[in-house]
Design a binder for this molecule. Structure first.
Ligand code: SAM
Length: 217
């Protein structure tokens, strides 16, 4: 019952605050046609990422976990003409769909889709980045965070998605790799003097989850 309320509230505010967007709609259609899972951020969450990137004056953005590039489009649209976004994707088919979506969005010159395990790509990257969005396999979140921090400028923002997991994050003894990875990254961040962090629990069209937001000192 609550999920229906969350969904209709999401739809209400999305209808009020987000302009109709044929390019983003086309990306979601292409994802569905390509058989991609519907695990992109919601429209309201995508716009949050866009606004965060604008707020930090982002010129360079790092993303871990591209899928079909839905969040990538939101983030890349926050960049100036000479901005750059590097996004890491394991699955070549996801990357192919994303590249087509980004080309349709007119962002192929701004976005660099790197195919392969993110832990192979990240050590090859040079910073500094102004914002990092971590949204791939959750088991590796702590490693992704360490790379994002290494690649960040002071004042950069690091966003980790899906940290609440329907509330299951509090299950300390869980053997679910996603729960363990989420708890591990939280512990790493808690012990890391170079960042200040908080979390935002979210409900909406995508259920009950949350973002961890960290700012690099
Ligand atoms: N950020 C996307 C969005 O909101 O539109 C959603 C990303 S989806 C939740 C996670 C993606 O991470 C999937 O496309 C998956 O193939 C990719 N992935 C999984 N393991 C990975 C790895 N080791 N390296 C890079 N990408 C990985």
């Amino acid at each position: 019952v609550m999920t229906e309320v969350w969904r209709s509230v999401d739809e209400y505010f999305t209808g009020q605050l987000l302009a109709p967007d044929p390019v983003l709609d086309a990306a979601l259609e292409a994802n569905a046609l390509g058989g991609l899972p519907t695990i992109d951020v919601s429209p309201a969450q995508g716009k949050l990422l866009h606004l965060l990137a604008r707020s930090v004056g982002a010129r360079r953005v790092l993303e871990v976990g591209t899928l079909g590039g839905y969040s990538t489009i939101w983030l890349a649209r926050a960049l100036p003409a000479d901005g750059r976004l590097v996004t890491c994707e394991l699955d070549p088919h996801h990357a192919e769909v994303a590249r087509a979506n980004l080309a349709r969005a007119g962002l192929d010159a701004v976005v660099d889709v790197r195919v392969g395990p993110a832990l192979d790509t990240l050590p090859t990257l040079d910073g500094p980045f102004d914002l990092a969005f971590i949204d791939a396999d959750k088991a590796s979140n702590a490693e992704y965070f360490r790379h994002a921090l290494r690649l960040s400028r002071p004042g950069a923002m690091i966003v980790v998605d899906n940290v609440v997991r329907g509330g299951r994050v509090v299950e300390a003894g869980s053997d679910d790799p996603s729960i363990r990875g989420t708890r591990e990254v939280t512990e790493v961040i808690a012990a890391e003097p170079r960042v200040e962090a908080t979390i935002v629990q979210t409900v909406g069209a995508k259920g009950y989850d949350g973002f961890l937001l960290a700012v690099v000192n």
